[in-house]
Design a protein around this ligand. Structure first.
Ligand code: G3I
Length: 381
């Protein structure tokens, strides 16, 4: 409901006067609504969102969230909410090396199997995250992986993990966060253990191994920090990486834009629109893979924060959903009850973070309506 019709939202916006305007101006927005798209005229009240899954499906999109296996087992109310609102789930940690590989010679699929079972029992898909990353590596890795054995280690990991779920996953984040122009390489790659062990070819190698293990899976290159006015060098480097992969016939099918959003930084709506169009022109899908909003820089008042968080979701989604090759939106969690930001980005005032569509009590927030409206008003796929 626009603020003109909704006295609470109008009061919130008027009470924001300077702080929110300053914050939104800092990220290129305005308190009068998303800077993307036509300004609302005498708008009809938008239809209520039945669920984020239904809102997405109504336009040929998919929506889902990241979960932990323990959350699904120990919190029945949360598990029911996930089953109602999502069409896809992705394990936060259960498919990372640290969780899967207690030793070099063993695999532990208890957590990932639990998430897959939840998905299949509830008619959801699971996406895999992530086969190659420089973080969440097990303690034995540094002392065991060498340039001589790293390719075999990687091939065995991918064949075993991807093979276990072959034909059953929505998509795989094959390589995560491999680009970092600040590291000074001409190819813009991040200096990681995998680069040092195998050279830049590790990326192509991983995608080819994943395609061999599951020819049906959508294979994704996943990246962070692509959303801001300061992200242009990284967007260029990622495009060059993807362009090269495509020219070498590497089986990459999508770019994952993590979208960990923060009002401290200026969202680059025009830059994002152009970027997703360029990615689509390479013949790739775009998947929003880890969307959430850090509210550390926002005022403590929950109504004020919720409004600003919702506005940022709307502006980001408005920028990327205009490109019909953007097929999927995943939030990095569904409820503030389990957001990683409470530990990773705690607020100075100690208040719980309000980053996601549902609050800690599993009640809908302004972010829920913002994400739902963005999905249901996106161009049909
Ligand atoms: O589950 C164990 C628990 O048994 C143990 O008692 C506890 C003590 O440390 O650790 C728990 O595991 C933690 C895990 O999150 C739980 O999901 C790990 O320590 C912790 O390091 C891990 O952090 C995750 C981080 O990735 C590293 O894997 C965050 O929750 C998760 O939000 C974050 O997600 C990443 C994406 O994968 C990639 N993109 C960036 C994003 C944010 O950093």
């Amino acid at each position: 409901m626009s603020s003109r019709r909704d006295p609470v939202r109008l009061a919130v916006r008027l009470s924001l006067a300077t702080p929110l305007v300053a914050l939104l101006a800092a990220c290129g927005g305005s308190p009068t609504g998303p800077s993307a798209g036509p300004q609302p005229g005498p708008d009809p009240a938008p239809a209520p969102v039945a669920s984020l899954r239904a809102a997405a499906a109504s336009r040929g999109l998919s929506y889902g969230c990241a979960v932990g296996a323990a959350q699904l087992v120990e919190d029945a109310a949360f598990a029911s909410l996930v089953a109602r609102e999502c069409g896809i789930v992705v394990p936060v940690s259960e498919l990372k090396w640290q969780a899967l590989r207690p030793t070099e010679a063993s695999f532990n699929f208890v957590g990932s199997d639990r998430v897959m079972r939840f998905a299949e029992e509830n008619g959801l898909r699971m996406r895999g995250h992530t086969l190659v990353w420089h973080e969440a590596l097990p303690g034995w890795f540094a002392g065991s992986a060498t340039p001589a054995n790293a390719a075999a280690l990687l091939d065995d990991h991918i064949a075993t993990v991807v093979g276990r779920y072959a034909g059953r996953v929505h998509s795989w984040d094959v390589v995560n966060e491999a680009v970092e122009p600040a590291h000074g390489r001409a190819d813009g790659l991040r200096d990681t253990p995998w680069l040092r062990l195998l050279g830049p070819e590790y990326i192509d190698h991983a995608f080819r191994a994943a395609a061999a293990a599951d020819p049906s899976a959508v294979l994704v290159y996943n990246e962070n920090w692509l959303e801001y006015s300061t992200s242009a060098p990284k967007r260029r480097a990622v495009l060059e990486l993807l362009r090269g992969m495509r020219s070498r016939g590497v089986p990459v099918h999508a770019l994952g834009i993590q979208a960990h959003l923060n009002p401290r930084h200026t969202l680059d709506v025009a830059g994002l629109r152009a970027f997703v169009d360029e990615v689509a022109a390479l013949g790739l899908q775009v998947i929003v893979t880890e969307m959430d909003v850090t509210d550390e820089a926002l005022p403590g008042d929950p109504a004020v924060r919720d409004e600003a968080v919702a506005e940022l979701y709307s502006r980001f989604l408005g920028a990327v959903l205009g490109q019909t090759r953007t097929t999927t939106v995943i939030t990095w969690g569904l409820s503030d009850r389990y957001t990683w930001l409470n530990t990773a980005r705690p607020r100075e005032d100690g208040l719980p973070v309000r980053a996601l569509p549902f609050d800690q009590g599993l009640g809908q927030k302004a972010a829920y309506q913002a994400v739902g409206r963005s999905l249901s008003q996106a161009p049909a796929r």
